[in-house]
Design a protein. Structure first.
Length: 118
């Protein structure tokens, strides 16, 4: 039998650049049409150019199958107006178990706030 040579699989990271709603490429992950930007344990959901953005702060993590995953996540819906006092920027807040539940409530709040502001 002839030997077949195979190339080793190249490890490629998934490209976060998904098409943004306007058709242009975005350097951020997109979830339900809005960008996700992570800085440490804080995740910003939405664009700062919009009137509102959601901020998710991972409060605690737990180990699942050898990986650290978010356990408790604090969610804030914030107004992006730079003239407001930081305490007045917070429109809604809650705490959720798991990152999916937190992003899910953040997406609902963000959509409602952006529709109301339009």
């Amino acid at each position: 039998m002839p030997e077949t040579k195979t190339k080793p699989a190249e490890a490629k990271a998934p490209a976060p650049a998904a098409n943004a709603p306007g058709g242009e490429k975005s350097p951020f992950w997109i979830y339900k049409g809005h960008p996700l930007v992570r800085c440490g344990d804080t995740i910003y959901y939405g664009s700062l150019a919009d009137p509102f953005v959601a901020m998710l702060k991972i409060a605690t993590t737990k180990e699942v199958k050898g990986m650290q995953v978010a356990d408790k996540v604090n969610v804030w819906l914030m107004n992006t107006d730079p003239d407001l006092n930081p305490m007045e920027c917070i429109q809604q807040r809650c705490e959720r178990r798991g990152l999916y539940n937190a992003i899910d409530i953040a997406s609902v709040w963000l959509e409602r706030a952006l529709k109301k502001a339009a």
